[in-house]
Design a protein around this ligand. Structure first.
Ligand SMILES: NC(=O)c1ccc[n+]([C@@H]2O[C@H](COP(=O)([O-])OP(=O)(O)OC[C@H]3O[C@@H](n4cnc5c(N)ncnc54)[C@H](O)[C@@H]3O)[C@@H](O)[C@H]2O)c1
Ligand SMILES: [Zn+2]
Ligand SMILES: [Zn+2]
Length: 366
């Protein structure tokens, strides 16, 4: 069983500590992954701040890529040395929701998630013989992690690890929201509200899906610039967004609005900015017990609202396609990496994410 350097969250709202953990056992259906890169997502920050429930101590990190270091005795489709991106939605395949092709609602996935252990209820990590939990069955902020084999998705060997990591959450969620959830039609006017990694990926998803115009909305001018550099046709601050959408659509409003900022005012804006009969996709989140109020009139006229987790991800299909799209120059990921940092700098990395200074910092393991 290898030992690994890991960032451990012991109490919410305190810095993570860098410690040595014991990794394993690797059960028959597991794989051991040597993590090469793991990026800092807003959802990790929510776990640090206690807004996402997970038992502690825990290793966070759910946007990660690495190399298979060992396979469990029942794993036949992965081999040592394979380059993989981790998916945070392992699912049982046979419950009510899995049977209905909604793996993100898998009963066992949701029941076990907050406990931070695997489906068998057992830990795979420990520190001084005390079990350590894994955020979203992963725990990418460590040199090694043990994950269910279905959570490790092979990508082409040429895919750089740092950019591969981004695919595992933010890119999949944003691109998937546009390509799998929004039902965009060729020529549509799409609006993306919030241009962090998730929103910038949604912008690219809209372009890939054939949108005619993509309006990127963010109060931060640097984010707006970035959005335009990777494919948005228009960009503005939140105050101008609804009007800009109308000006491009003969007064109707955007055909689709994808919300990727996670604030009451951005959920409201999505409803105000979409046309009658249009499609609203919510990706962001506020704390689960918070209320969000809407002007009722903004919700009327056959608008459709979906709140999507993971952008309808089908990781086994989507991750290799997204990696290939990057390698073919069709998906821009270089622009989303603001900093490459050592594990020791992880707390400062999260502080910078909270201050809105970075799109993605990526922890590099060498
Ligand atoms: N649905 C999912 O599966 C999923 C997955 C990952 C993240 N998320 C959520 O998506 C959201 C975005 O994640 P991220 O990692 O890109 O976060 P981020 O913090 O990097 O980006 C948020 C962006 O929103 C912008 N913003 C702030 N106020 C705004 C306003 N009033 N109008 C428009 N934009 C505004 C910020 O300037 C920033 O660019 C978070 O709420 C996160 O929890 C959801
Ligand atoms: Zn299931
Ligand atoms: Zn995430």
């Amino acid at each position: 069983m290898p030992q690994a350097k890991a960032a451990i969250l012991r109490r919410t709202n305190t810095p993570m500590t860098i410690e040595t953990i014991d990794v394993g056992p690797v059960a028959p259906g597991d794989v051991l992954v040597r993590i090469k890169a793991a990026s800092l997502c807003h959802t990790d920050l929510e776990a640090i701040e206690g807004a996402v429930s997970i038992d502690l101590p825990a290793v966070l990190g759910h946007e990660a890529a690495g190399e298979i270091a060992e396979v469990g005795s029942e794993v036949s489709d992965l081999a040592v040395g394979d380059r993989v991106v981790l998916s945070w939605n392992p699912h049982c395949g046979s419950c009510f929701y899995c049977e209905r092709a909604q793996p993100i609602l898998c009963r066992r996935f949701l029941a076990n998630g907050p406990k931070g252990f695997h489906f068998d209820g057992r830990p795979r990590l420990s520190c001084d013989a005390v079990p350590v939990h894994q955020l979203m069955y992963l725990g990418g902020f460590a040199e090694y992690c043990v994950v269910p084999a279905q959570a490790a998705i092979r990508v082409p060997d040429g895919m750089p690890f740092d950019r591969a990591a981004l695919i595992g959450c933010g890119v999949m969620t944003g691109v998937g929201a546009a390509t799998r959830i929004a039902g965009l039609r060729w020529g549509d006017v799409a609006m993306v509200i919030g241009c962090g990694a998730v929103g910038l990926s949604a912008v690219q998803g809209c372009v890939l899906a054939g949108a005619g115009s993509v309006i990127a909305v963010d109060p931060n001018p640097a984010r707006r610039q970035l959005a335009q550099a990777i494919g948005a046709t228009h960009a503005c601050g939140p105050e101008e967004a609804a009007e800009l959408g109308k000006s491009l659509t003969d007064g109707r409003g955007a055909d689709t609005a994808i919300e990727a900022a996670g604030r009451p005012e951005t959920f409201r804006l999505s409803a105000e900015a979409v046309r009658p009969g249009g499609q609203i996709v919510w990706l962001g989140k506020v704390a689960v017990n918070d209320d969000v109020a809407f002007r009722w009139g903004s919700l009327m006229q056959e608008k459709r609202i979906v709140r999507s987790s993971y952008g309808g991800a089908k990781p086994a299909q989507d991750f290799p396609m997204l990696a290939q799209a990057y390698l073919d120059g069709k998906l821009k990921l270089d622009e989303m990496i603001s900093a490459r940092i050592p594990l020791e700098a992880i707390n400062e990395g999260f502080a910078a994410l909270k201050r809105g200074e970075t799109v993605r910092s990526v922890v590099m393991f060498v």
